[in-house]
Design a binder for this molecule. Sequence first.
Ligand code: DX5
Ligand code: ZN
Length: 226
Amino acid sequence: MQEIQFAPSILSADFTRLGEEIEAVDHAGAEVIHIDVMDGHFVPNITIGPLVVKAARKATEKIFDVHLMITDADQYVDAFADAGADWITVHVEACTHLHRTVSRIKELGKKAGAVLNPATSLSCLDYILEDLDLVMLMSVNPGFGGQSFIESTLTKTDNLKKRIDTLGLEIGIEIDGGISPATIERVAAAGANIFVAGSAIYGCDEYGPVIAEMRKLAEAGKAKRG
Ligand code: DX5
Ligand code: ZN
């Protein structure tokens, strides 16, 4: 899980043409499709459920990264797994029994990730890190696309990367929120390797060139880290 991967967030896609929008980022070189699930409780917005994930599954064979911003993940992980999720990420702030939730996701044969809001400390990962396939750090407060990148994510990413490397783990570091050509190089230099981007990709007329530009910048950032 440590290679550079791009995960366009369909939250910023044109939902009247969702299938085509997914095919377009697939053909533009994205490795992963990021799907934001919001319940109107954990976050102040409501988006999509398993039904839409299942329909979207017909548009591509790329990895489906389902980001659950919901209060009761335990009740829904099976449904999202059945609908075609490959990775399921859950918020540590929303999961009272995080170990149980992560175990269930893995039992279902899916990759499991924990997500931390911007103000949540890395210390909440102390007793779960080794069970995870990836950690996703929010670099905006979840709920909406198109927000500004929160700078403290850089130090947090660096600290997480050092911890993962010290422990000799192969866990991916995914960053979600405000990723664009203006921010991605520093985020990669801080140690992230999976990049979610919604408005920066779907806001462009053509998706290929912006993904290629960000990939170059991410590689430059990674090289700086050494
Ligand atoms: C926010 C979502 C993000 C969002 C990112 O709650 O989790 O995935 O789509 O959008 P941008 O890239 O526009 O900040
Ligand atoms: Zn997301």
